[in-house]
Design a protein around this ligand. Sequence first.
Ligand SMILES: *[C@@H]1O[C@H](CO)[C@@H](O)[C@H](O)[C@H]1NC(C)=O
Ligand SMILES: *[C@@H]1O[C@H](CO)[C@@H](O)[C@H](O)[C@H]1NC(C)=O
Ligand SMILES: *[C@@H]1O[C@H](CO)[C@@H](O)[C@H](O)[C@H]1NC(C)=O
Ligand SMILES: *[C@@H]1O[C@H](CO)[C@@H](O)[C@H](O)[C@H]1NC(C)=O
Ligand SMILES: *[C@@H]1O[C@H](CO)[C@@H](O)[C@H](O)[C@H]1NC(C)=O
Ligand SMILES: *[C@@H]1O[C@H](CO)[C@@H](O)[C@H](O)[C@H]1NC(C)=O
Ligand SMILES: [Zn+2]
Length: 516
Amino acid sequence: MGGPSGWPALISLLLVVAILFFCSAISIDEARTQLLMREKMLQLGGQLVLTEQEELANERLMALKKAEVVQAMKIQNFPPSIHFFQAKNLIEKSEVFSILKKMPKGAALHVHDFGILSMNWLVKNVTYRPHCHFCITPKGALKFKFAYPTPPTPMPAECSEWVLLEKYRKEMQNVTEFDYGLLRNFTLMTENPEVDYANQNIVWSKFQSIFFTISGLVHYAPVFRDYIFQALEEFYQDNVLYLELRAMLLPVYELNGTIHNQEWSVRTYREVAYMFAKKHPGFIGIKLIYSDRRLKNVSFIMKSVQTAMMLRATFPRMVAGFDLVGREDTGHTLYDYRKALMIPILQGIKLPYFFHAGETDWQGTSIDRNLLDALILNSTRIGHGFALTKHPAVWADSWKKNIPMEVCPISNQVLKLVSDLRNHPAAVLMATGYPMVVSSDDPAVFGAKGLSYDFYEAFMGIGGMAADLRTLKQLAMNSIKFSTLLDTEKKAAMKTWEERWTKFVADLARRPKESE
Ligand SMILES: *[C@@H]1O[C@H](CO)[C@@H](O)[C@H](O)[C@H]1NC(C)=O
Ligand SMILES: *[C@@H]1O[C@H](CO)[C@@H](O)[C@H](O)[C@H]1NC(C)=O
Ligand SMILES: *[C@@H]1O[C@H](CO)[C@@H](O)[C@H](O)[C@H]1NC(C)=O
Ligand SMILES: *[C@@H]1O[C@H](CO)[C@@H](O)[C@H](O)[C@H]1NC(C)=O
Ligand SMILES: *[C@@H]1O[C@H](CO)[C@@H](O)[C@H](O)[C@H]1NC(C)=O
Ligand SMILES: *[C@@H]1O[C@H](CO)[C@@H](O)[C@H](O)[C@H]1NC(C)=O
Ligand SMILES: [Zn+2]
């Protein structure tokens, strides 16, 4: 007390100002912290409580992630924001990517029968097998066929004469160059994707021509078997233990012209997966989602729904359900097919659906409404669901019914739905904790492999700095949770995954700290 008069007033005034300042500072920080905490809890994996070991691993992972993001901001070159074909080399240099490769990712729930094994294997192994012929269609597409002796020349409107590849290679100047040309026919990869694929029509046209071209290779019975085995190997190497394949089950042929039916194909998938599991500890297996093209008319799809019911009755543990594949923007809508898709329920038979829906940028069109019908038809999961955030009612209801989205980032970018993956709509789903899994669609066609590249895009680009080890753990667990494995199988799968996860986390936690 005391002092010159006037001082106490000044001091108390200063005090008030200081307190006001301090308090408002506190309240800003508190409010921010609260908002951040709330959002952290909301986001995918936000509810998970990490073990001490996981916290350590998370610190290591996030330090690396931060360093990569900071560097990318500085040089304005962030792989998820550039086209995958140009980003691939950069991604392969990333430490985060090398960790994601080692991470046990659980299951691949959205992949297609012949887009899952590196195309180089088709070039280097399959086209070098004896009796491999090719011809060229009037439109310039390659077509292959194994046969002995050489089959008669097709109609000119269909294809050129059949050329024996073995003989053709012998007379060739530069086989390396030829093989490289084949590889370019088998993938979408190019140096200038923006120039070569100026719009969605162009990229889809080449995408479809690739499946046309490789069809004669992969449907040759000996190749068919090896393809499945090698593909499982590639996913296993990428730490994926279980796959659900969208499979069209087109006819498989032998050298002497014998053609196998769909039951044969399902049995072969089962046999090969069983053999593979015997040789690969921890591998869980595969299931098939029988799929037909959305180009076909309703009467055709009525038949394939019936085929799906028949196959599921014959192979209840192998055939999980039904889907429609192909480009949504130009194909029939689910609503067009309603008569076909209602057959099972009207007959009192359960046929689970796994529809591709909302793989479009055209909001409010009949195609975009596929999401509504996928929900109404009780789709077990939704393929892509790219347009989901534009449909708040569908979004709310599918969340209530716990219908996960199968997000395939690289596919969406290459097929030109979104160019900068930071702007992928799944960013919203991730931030709100909507149930989702990450998958790779047709990695081999996009020049990717397994699931790791898509996990990288989801973790770095879609999730941004908010995504951490919790996000990754939730995505991996979701892939088992939302699979069609039986409850007992799920328990076993989760146990196998947990063992691997614990080891992965321990290795990551032991990494030396980055110097910052
Ligand atoms: C192709 O791979 C199989 C194993 O899947 C192997 O037995 C065969 O010798 C290979 N063929 C060629 C031509 O490389
Ligand atoms: C064959 O083609 C490749 C790729 O175009 C080229 O690198 C190589 O030098 C060529 N080899 C010969 C012998 O011309
Ligand atoms: C596809 O293969 C044919 C025949 O080898 C070749 O002439 C053509 O250049 C290839 N296409 C591409 C895009 O490389
Ligand atoms: C054709 O080849 C397959 C596989 O080698 C064989 O199982 C089948 O008996 C053959 N069929 C005929 C008619 O020769
Ligand atoms: C469906 O398509 C097939 C072949 O394209 C054709 O034979 C059939 O008549 C079509 N059915 C209807 C109802 O249009
Ligand atoms: C979808 O599920 C609901 C609720 O279980 C049921 O009432 C409806 O009939 C199902 N619809 C189809 C097409 O399966
Ligand atoms: Zn797909």
